[in-house]
Design a protein around this ligand. Structure first.
Ligand code: ADP
Length: 333
């Protein structure tokens, strides 16, 4: 079953799974842990790390020319293209903190990139810039082909709502609102009718395996389920890019695997994802790793064999629990 609902992740590139498409960690009726959205049409092979491995010049202007004048190099427009991005914080009158010292990077549609590095290396600063939450001190940033680094705060807010979905470590859900209301909220700003908001929110909640929990409030959900609600909320406006900041940081390792499986399944469906993490294990689920140190990129490479969170989840789900049953048996009614 396939639909082309523009409100689903990745917009037109994705043939979204139908309402019955299972997601990781959802026991199927036959008791087998299920595979993530396999009924989808994968986008044309992404170009992870193209900029790192290609000899072709990779200035973003040229990528735009590709769109305007035809397919010069057979390349697609990067979702993110930054050139010589710097950010210097000014503290008091004299202290300047150079948080980013000239970052150049491209991320193409369908990539799953982990931005990694120790504390203080500039990850959050970079995330704030590519998330249009802050402006660089110098350098350029093209988001989906549009130069955004010099836009006003209002224009950035508009771009954020239309093109970006955010997932944070702390979920950031409204405590008094149901999962459905939390997910429907971003669509208020998109000017959709209440009925349309409700329909779309139900679809994305089903997509992340929470079809049976729509009226639950955050306190009535597990940490993993709350993070799924947050992911659904991030997807509901059909973003070009999902930005996740330490998405498993508040979760135990088992639930962390579950959330990474959801993200990998969405990436398999074509959604472009950038995860910021200090945890190398989390970064090993990505297809490309970009390592920051002291405000610079010190490594940018493909992950040849990313960990499969779905396989790890399957193994965990089948392992006996303290009660002598498997996880699946315990979760079945
Ligand atoms: P990370 O996310 O990798 O821990 P950050 O981007 O938060 O790194 O920080 C990079 C550098 O910028 C650090 O030296 C940090 O102290 C500094 N920094 C971050 N935010 C601010 C701020 N708002 N004002 C001043 N300095 C900051």
């Amino acid at each position: 079953m396939a639909t082309n609902d523009p409100g689903l992740p990745g917009g037109e590139q994705i043939t979204a799974p139908g309402p019955n498409t299972p997601v990781p960690g959802t026991p199927a009726v036959d008791g087998q842990t299920t595979q993530p959205g396999l009924t989808v049409t994968k986008p044309e092979a992404a170009a992870p790390g193209d900029s790192a491995v290609s000899n072709q010049p990779t200035v973003p202007q040229t990528a735009l020319t590709t769109v305007q004048q035809g397919n010069i190099w057979g390349k697609r427009v990067p979702v993110i293209a930054v050139r010589n991005l710097t950010k210097t914080y000014i503290l008091g009158k004299k202290t300047r903190v150079p948080a980013l010292r000239g970052i150049s990077l491209e991320v193409y549609p369908g990539e799953f990139v982990a931005v990694m590095g120790p504390s203080g290396s500039g990850k959050s600063t970079f995330m704030n810039l590519i998330g249009c939450l802050d402006r660089p001190t110098s350098g350029e940033y093209w988001l989906a082909g549009k130069l955004v680094s010099r836009l006003s705060s209002d224009e950035l807010a508009d771009i954020r709502n239309r093109l970006l979905g955010f997932v944070f470590q702390g979920y950031n859900l409204l405590g008094r609102a149901s999962a459905l209301k939390n997910v429907a909220l971003p669509m208020v700003y998109a000017g959709l009718s209440a009925r349309e908001r409700d329909n779309r929110a139900r679809k994305v909640l089903t997509l992340v395996g929470l079809g049976g929990r729509m009226s639950h409030k955050p306190a009535e959900l597990s940490g993993g389920q709350q993070q799924r609600v947050a992911i659904a909320r991030a997807l509901v406006n059909g973003p070009s890019l999902l930005l996740a900041d330490e998405p498993t940081g508040n979760l135990d390792s088992r639930t962390g695997v579950e959330i990474m499986a959801v993200l990998q399944a969405l990436n398999d469906q074509g959604l472009t994802i950038v995860v910021v993490t200090h945890d190398p294990k989390v970064a090993n689920y990505a297809r490309r790793q970009v390592a920051f140190l002291d405000g610079r990129i010190v490594r940018d490479e493909l992950v040849l064999a990313p960990r499969s969170a779905q396989e790890e989840w399957d193994a965990l789900a089948k392992a006996p629990t303290a009660g002598g049953k498997t996880q699946i048996e315990e979760e079945l009614p």
